[in-house]
Every structure is written in C-alpha cells, then in structure tokens.
Design a protein around this ligand. Structure first.
Ligand code: SF4
Length: 527
C-alpha cells in the first residue's frame, strides 16, 4: 500500500491510501548482452526475425550455451526432470522471450538461479519439476483438449463452438511454446509424456474446406484465425486466407491470434509483413469488416519497446485494434498488482487493449498454475475502477461444453469441494438435437491443493470415479462438507430453461444437474 499526500496548497488532499498505486513506468528493452552467449550479439541481429528464429532455444544444451554457469546445475536438473516427467509442451523460446526473464538481474550481482526460479515469465515458459504440486499435479478430471475443440470441428481445424463465431486453426505450430498451452493436445512436438494429435489434411485443402463451410454457413459472422500462432503462417498464405474471408459478405469480424507479437515482435515489424497487413486492412475497411489482432501477454515484463513498436506498426497499417487475452496463473500474474501493472503497460504504453484474462484451463499437469474460482472473482473485483472502463479486462472461466463465462456468472459454487456449476444459453454443434443442453448445470473444478483439508480428503476418496458419479456423491454424500461461500443459486438466462421455465425436477431457481455427454470420457487425461 502506498500513500501519496498532495500539496496542501491544492486546498484538499486528493489521494489517500489505495490498495494499488498507479505510477507511470516507461518501457525498457532488457540488455540481452548480459547473458554470456549473447555478449556479442548486435542490435541489428537482435532485430532480425530470422536471427531470432534461428537462435530460438529448443533444448537444455542451447540454454546452457546462452546462460552457462549463471544457473546452478540444480536448475538444469530440475528442468530436465520436468521435460521427462511432466511437460506437456516441448521447449521453444525465442531469444526475445528469454531476455524478458529476470530483466532486473545485473551481472555484478553474481548467480541468477534464485531470480530465475522466481521469475513469472520463466514459470510458464520454462517450467521445472519443482514448480508443480507433488500430489495434485493434475486434476482428476483434467483432459487433453479440455475445451473439446476438436470434438466441435466442422472440418479439420475449424471449431464451431458458439452460434456466430468460429475458430480456424490454420496450423499446429508457434514460434514459442507455452507450458500451459490449452491446445497441448495438438500444438507443438510430442514430449516424453504426450503424443500429439496431428492435423492430417494439407494446409491448402484444410483452408479450402474451412472457407467452403463459412460460405455455406451465413450465421457465422466472426472468425478467429489462429493455430498455433499465425506468426508461423507464411505471410502470403495468411494474406490469401484473410482476403478470401473478406470476400464472404457475412463475415464481419476477423481476429488474427498471435503471441508472437510479444515473443517475436521482430516478425510483425518486417516491412513485407506490415505491407501485407496494410493491404488486407484496406480491404477490410472498404468492406466494413473489423480486422484486429489478438495477442497473449501474461506479465508486464513482456511489454517492451519492441512490442510497442510492432503494435504501432500494425495499427498504422490499418488494423482496427490490437487486444490482449492473457491467462491468469498462480506464480505468474495472480495478484492485483501484477494484473494492473500489465494492463497499464499494455493500454498506456503499447496501445494494446486489455480484453480478457482466462482462468488457466484444466489440462494435465497445470494445477500449480490454475487459480480457484473465488480467487479469480476477487481479482476481478480488485482491478475494477483503476483502468478506463473500456480497458478493464474481464476475468473469464472457459467452462467445458459451455464457453467463456464471466467469473461472477457462476450459478452455484461449493468452495469446500471446489466445484462450481455453470449454465449456458446456446447449443454447440455437439448438442443440436439435445433438448436438455440449456437446462444443464455444467461443472468446473478448483485446483485441489487450494481446498480446505476436508475438500482434499473428499477428492482423495472420490477423485478416481467418473465425474458424473463423483458429482452425484458430492450432492448426497453425508461425509461431504457443507457448501459454503461463493455464490448463491440464481437463475441466469438459460438457467431457468430456454423459455424461462424451470428445468423439470430441479428446485426453484436451480438448474438440473445432468451428466454431461462425454464423448471421450476420462481416458483423455491420460497423457
Ligand atoms: S502461443 Fe498459444 S497456441 Fe502457441 S503454445 Fe502458446 S498458448 Fe499454445
């Protein structure tokens, strides 16, 4: 808490104690030459996207070549153990991204190890075994493809999950791999613990089928062009795809998804790319289509002058907006200060609109990152009122089979067991003929290590059951602790049925708990 007292000459004291104190901070590019392996790297090499890609770190030997004995052997051993036993993503780290770890470290201060262990970027881009919880490393109901995106593919790579919106996965690679990637089922190379699913169609065939579906489906008006990361799609191919999207009259919003804006801004600063962006932006403007870029930045350390310059270039080229969808993670950004520092840097210094923070999804081995719902709710409340309203991000929970919900839209929440229940107001392609889809209560789960002792004990006893059995036990098991806190039962939208009627058999105001239509069952959490 900081106290600032204004001059008495002003006639009043305008600033009192605040939980968060905004102080403008200018962006800084950390000096990459502090690492022995990059001591002689020139500014022109650093700004060259080909140099960045060619020197991206793919293994521990390459990390050692850059950082050397500034990191203790125990760190390298911890990293190797994680890669062998737990990592769901392989290592791929552009120099730009590594350079944002421990930016305050000064070679005069000696060893880097402790700063590195504690660093928020390191904690999600370069996870080590000791980061993870020894008992509750995975939630019993964690799943590969936890959002069931591939179940909702209408053609390979095109997820139709919301009535008017689709996600087009053009490729399965990125210039960087994030430890918490929600598409760990598909994205990147296989790891010792995860054999990845593979796209089977040729890229040109996949794109043709996507475009055919969109031409034939005029109810879809919004396309997220993603992957992977569109920063890995050769620009002529991406431009061709976007241009063909713009020829479909019913498409009114197009969003290009790329974390490379932060991890490899050098890519988006290339004149051949910006010239291409300018061409499609002009076409979008002529057709009245909103063409924007969405990025994924989780911590203020990632927001550097190069990121701001790339954003400026994209906006000058004619994009309507550049927005950020971060992921809320313990040890990375799950404090009021971290979230607001990031948002002020994005909005005030880099022209990137803070838009969403997703709760980290329920993929395997992600429990140490995931936050309980109550914490996400508290964080949402704690960031209100500081940023401009239009730049105040929403904290959202992406509930399997439901979609994104603001964290306060939960309809029932048992904080002892860490089970929240949600409902929805539209059907996905999985539920076209399912009359009960809008009457269900869909469960979501807090990380078990955050529960009280009674809750942990309940999960030790029940976590091995299929989840409909376990949830029934939660409803009737007399050994279960009484639900507390959280949120009371309330009807929100479809909670009371599509036409406002109660779901049959449920108490007034409470949606029925109906087992979910699992297509792949619990086996999907077996990596
Ligand atoms: S950039 Fe996105 S798709 Fe790629 S690894 Fe990170 S979270 Fe996954």
């Amino acid at each position: 808490m900081t106290t600032v007292v204004e001059s008495e000459e002003a006639g009043f004291t305008a600033v009192t104690d605040q939980p968060y104190m905004y102080v403008r901070k200018l962006l800084v590019e950390p000096d990459w030459r502090r690492y022995p392996g990059w001591a002689k790297v020139s500014a022109s090499d650093w700004q060259d996207p080909q140099w960045q890609r060619a020197h991206s770190l793919k293994n521990i030997g390459q990390l050692r070549a850059v950082v050397g004995d500034l990191l203790d052997e125990r760190f390298y051993a911890d990293l190797a153990a994680d890669q062998q036993q737990r990592a769901t993503m392989s290592m791929l780290l552009p120099p730009q991204m590594l350079n944002t770890m421990a930016p305050q470290w000064d070679p005069e201060r000696g060893a880097l190890t402790e700063l590195f262990y504690a660093d928020p970027i390191r904690r999600y881009m370069l996870p080590v075994l000791s980061d993870r919880h020894p008992e509750w490393c995975s939630h019993p109901y964690a799943e590969r493809d936890s959002l069931h995106e591939s179940d909702m593919w209408v053609v390979e790579g095109l997820t139709h999950r919301y009535p008017t919106k689709v996600l087009a996965e053009l490729l399965s690679t990125c210039p960087q791999y994030c430890g918490h990637c929600t598409r760990m089922d598909l994205i990147g190379n296989s790891t010792p613990t995860v054999s990845k699913t593979r796209l089977t169609l040729q890229p040109a065939d996949r794109q043709r089928q996507m475009l055919d579906y969109l031409r034939a489906t005029p109810t879809v008006r919004d396309v997220v062009v993603s992957g992977g990361d569109v920063g890995n799609v050769p620009w002529p191919r991406l431009e061709s795809f976007v241009t063909q999207l713009l020829e479909i009259d019913t498409i009114r919003d197009i969003r290009l998804a790329t974390k490379a804006l932060a991890a490899l801004p050098q890519h988006w600063l290339q004149s051949k790319v910006l010239d291409g962006v300018s061409r499609v932006a002009r076409l979008a403007a002529e057709r009245g289509v909103n063409l924007a870029l969405h990025t994924h930045i989780n911590h203020v350390q990632s927001v550097t002058p190069l990121v701001a310059a790339a954003t400026r270039g994209l906006l000058d080229a004619g994009l309507r907006d550049v927005r950020n969808q971060g992921v809320l993670m313990r040890g990375v950004n799950a404090t009021t200060e971290d979230l607001l520092d990031l948002c002020f840097a994005l909005q005030g210094e880099a022209n990137i609109l803070p838009y969403y923070f997703y709760m980290c999804d329920m993929i395997p081995n992600a429990e140490h990152w995931r936050t309980p719902l109550w914490q996400a709710q508290q964080l949402q409340l704690s960031i209100m009122g500081y940023l401009p309203g239009f730049a105040t991000p929403r904290v959202v929970c992406d509930v399997p089979f439901v979609g994104k919900r603001w964290v306060h839209q939960v309809v029932r929440y048992d904080q002892n067991l860490g089970i929240s229940y949600w409902n929805k107001n539209y059907r996905t392609v999985l539920e076209g003929a399912d009359g009960d889809a809008l009457n269900r209560a869909y469960p979501y789960f807090d990380p078990i290590d955050t529960l009280p002792a009674l809750g942990k004990a309940w999960w030790r006893k029940n976590g091995h059951h299929a989840w409909d059995t376990a949830l029934s036990a939660a409803e009737i098991d007399s050994s279960a602790p009484a639900p507390v806190g959280g949120t009371v039962c309330e009807s929100y939208g479809a909670a009371a049925g599509a036409n406002g009627q109660q779901a049959s058999g449920s108490p007034a105001g409470e949606p029925a708990l109906i087992p979910l239509p699992l297509r792949n069952g619990r086996a999907r959490n077996e990596t």
